[in-house]
Design a protein around this ligand. Sequence first.
Ligand code: GCW
Length: 667
Amino acid sequence: YKAWLQYSKSEGKYAKTVTPFLKTISSSCDASPVLWSAIEELNQSITQMFDFSPFISFEVMSGKGVVLQLCSESETRLQDEGYMMYTEPNGQLIISGKTETGILYGTFHLLRLLQMGKPIDKLNIIENPANSLRLLNHWDNIDGSIERGYAGKSIFFENDQFSQNYGRLKDYARMLASIGVNGIAINNVNVHQLETKLITPEYLTGVEKIAAIFRAYGVKTFLSINFASPIELGGLKTADPLDEEVKRFWEHAIKTIYTHIPDFGGVVVKADSENRPGPFTYGRSQAEGANMLAEIVAPYGGLVIWRCFVYNCHQDWRDRTTDRAKAAYDHFMPLDGDFHENVVLQIKNGPMDFQVREPVSPLLGGLKETNQVIEFQITQEYLGQQIHLVYLVPQWKEVLEFETYAKGSGSTVKKIVSGELYDRKNNGAAAVVNVGDDYNWTGHTLAQSNLYGYGRLMWSPEMTAEDISNEWITCTFGADPLVLSTIKGMLLNSWTTYENYTSPLGVGWMVNPGHHYGPNVDGYEYQAWGTYHFADWKGLGVNRTMATGTGFSGQYYQKNAEKYESLTDCPEELLLFFHYVPYSYVLSSGKTVIQHIYDTHFAGVEQVEQYRQQWKQLQGRIDKKRFDDVATKLDIQFEHAKEWRDIVNTYFYRKSGIDDQHNRPIY
Ligand code: GCW
């Protein structure tokens, strides 16, 4: 259960040098729940790591010791959730924030330093989160199932009830606070019948209890709502956002929520998407739908998080003019500036759907006058479902560093999502989380690094994927240098490895329909979902150029549009996302596309084999349970990677009739 909050015993010289600073914890603040969380965390962790209980006082103590304090309102260097941490000449280790949440974040920073064995005698740290919204979305259903969940059942719900395992929820809240997550939506964006009732008093008492646990850790609770609630709960004939009765229904519903949860974060809405109801049903725009709710939650300080995953999921595969990649931009760009201040559009990182490789969504940076959060998927729906090892931070990092040219050069995605580029508040990130009730939270123990990495990266996008992996590995497995270097090597290469043996050069999909696990090259080729690779005997790829294709490349600012439009300038990892090319097309490596497909697929499997060997060296250096779990996962990954390799290679060999230059077995 402990994930990266192991607080393993620390002995020897390091323990000796830090102990004097940890003997007392004193504070001038009132003992509010958030402050109490900080004190409790310090108390427990210090006891566990250093074998003594600190003395706790609500009067500030002089001399060496931890002091938790609120700083002056006028402290301009700090945002509300920021903190300062510094050591005074007299040995006081001051953690100060503008709010108690800031103090809590500072506390976890100190604990991270202690877990990593870093000095604390000369601290001088100022930290603020880069993104104001750092949200998680749970796709949990009341029956306990999780849509796209790969780590067991829901930690919130079970058998149509709220789960009573509050201790587990508290541990989860601690983990979230330790990485700076400040909001969670606890239920699936596909809001089914029973879940629709979560906004009614019958269920709000349960939500209220969850909200109290998370509130003590600076995390606000959100709910996903059903846009058709006025019909399903209110007995109305319509859910038209401009209808007066519909508005009255929502006014009442929202008031009820806030009576139970005064600091309720807001609502998450999947409207007009994959058969969900929405304003389109009534001939209204997405803005009319979102703004109606926004006006109602505004007096309470709530947000409407409105998802942009709106596309035609009933496409005719014969229709080559419709391009799903264009949909979000087409729907939402014309509405830029029309959304209220407390509406936040939630935009998936890519224009399709969390594939191993996609370009960045052109809506990010396209929208200038609209609040937005980027949506990532921590749960590995298309990335090996927490059986395969895929450390996602390098992928997210690439997305955040992407140059949009929205306001000339320097207009990176990270500056857009943080709100810096267009000077917007209510911006940041949301992510579909990978957590369930498995003992290790995430199914694959190493998949914890993705949750950890999401929180850390959204707090501080300047961190590198490697920095984050160093922290996570050390806090999770301790300081053994071989453990650190081995796991780090595996994590940092794992995304490329997965890409190698799955779908090539940005084309995406090739998975089994429905559950999305395992290879099926034509699985979605003749389906209604708009996800095609168009492979034939001559070549493959989707022509998304303006000149002769769907025109998607034209949704980018000029420099990017030109780059993607051009066959030679298009980044090769995205070649097949933008272009249809013959198998004989030669890449910069000098290899043809078909040879590249063969080579990467063989290489990917070999890399997984290496991970297995590397992991074996860690036997005895990691506790048996976690060691065995990962070893087993790697064995399965190896088998399934071979499946991917052979099916993809065989498919393209049969389509193209072109031999592998190295004569390896292809079937
Ligand atoms: O990728 C798709 C998933 C759906 C999900 C949807 C979405 C919650 O396969 O399971 O529905 O995305 O993001 O809304």
